[in-house]
Design a protein around this ligand. Sequence first.
Ligand SMILES: *[C@@H]1O[C@H](CO)[C@@H](O)[C@H](O)[C@H]1NC(C)=O
Length: 470
Amino acid sequence: MGFVSNLKIRANTLFEYILINHRWVIVVFFLLPLSFIYDIYYNTRSWLIFKLIRQIPMCTARPGWQTISFRVPAYKSTFNKIKINLVDILEIDTRKQTVRCEPLVTMGQLTKVLVDLGWTIPIVPEMDDLTVGGLVMGTGIETSSHKYGLFQHICTAFELVLADGSLITCNKDEHANLFYSVPWSYGTLGFLTAVEIKIMPAQRMISTFLSESRKESENDYVEGIMFTYNAGVVMTGNMCNSVEEGKLNEIGKWYKPWFFKHVESYLKAGRGVEYIPIRDYYHRHTRSIFWELQDIIPFGNNLLFRLLLGWLVPPKVSFLKRTQGQKVKELYENNHFIQDMLVPADQLKNALDVFEKEVKIYPMWLCPFKLPADPGMLRPLDGKCSLFVDIGTYGVPKVDNFHPVETTRRVEKFVRNAKGFQMLYADTYMTVHEFREMFNHTLYDKIRKELQCTKAFPEVYDKICRKARI
Ligand SMILES: *[C@@H]1O[C@H](CO)[C@@H](O)[C@H](O)[C@H]1NC(C)=O
């Protein structure tokens, strides 16, 4: 090949020579026809697929082994598998009380996020790996289902991609027929892309309160205040000798906000630590008489009032009593509920339900205490030392059907059945029989006999019962 040797660009073969010096030959004779064929091939393929694949039913591409059911779904191998990788919690709306999440969100993932924020879903089917999509398309049940129904019944909306590719949102009002058809449809109506589920406040307050109450050696002081049926603050205290910079709070000073109002601010602020001088702590509820003063001086916690007259409060309870006329006294008795009920710790939740239903008075004071298994009037459950909680309700009932006698009697009945006790400084409306059911008189009767008290002194009941004092 002598004639190529004098070219500037060296080429080893004829093909390379043409490629370098006459590119058009390659383009025109090879690349253009190839592009044409390529286009025909792909257009034909996509046309064919469009025509044919529509005949093949679709299902999600989630592999069969990932499902919680023992059945290995055979249809997965023949159906047209669509990848749906929607794994996120999209939105928590605490005002509407709903959570919107994608179908692959699991129960474990959902409860973690919700409970951290103080919420939960009414039905949490057991097993962390159950997915929202599965529970909607299939179903789900839990021990709260006697109250809320099946998983589908706590769903308020579904978002689906239908067979024609359109996205649709359905709920009880919009596309209701579709909404009611989705549960148990096992993915045969469309692809689920999001579900809206009802949420409710988690009673984390109770478990936190009780677990802190049980840590005898860790916490020197434990107290809880409920501000609504669902929201409360648990406080734990420890004695110490030094103060962290900037965290001293002398809550006893006359110009400081009332203690329970200060505590309430933690509902918004969240967890916090502060250092309180010990006497300020001991008398934390004194200035506002727990929260009774807010009914007497509604503007008492106003900054101006605190600055000017804060050092004068609280008024002496004895003076308050002495200066109220018969009318005010009657008014108070008919519109006021002051009780401390002592219930076993495992009855706290039930007790809160009863108080919410019967009086709805907040704030509500929760003070844990240990009841040793000593003989005497107060007998703990099973004769074993147990944790109890004092539930203090002081104020004006916010329910419509409050009746001083009937309401108190219903609450007293609950407390008796719960094996709890009523503090006797307050009004009791129990009969002597009911009173003896609540308080164990075995030892009392024996001692009274031994000491010949029967004629010398009245019985407890005769001193404290409502009738005896009228
Ligand atoms: C009442 O107390 C006595 C002893 O103080 C005890 O033997 C008895 O079992 C108690 N009764 C109940 C119903 O707990």
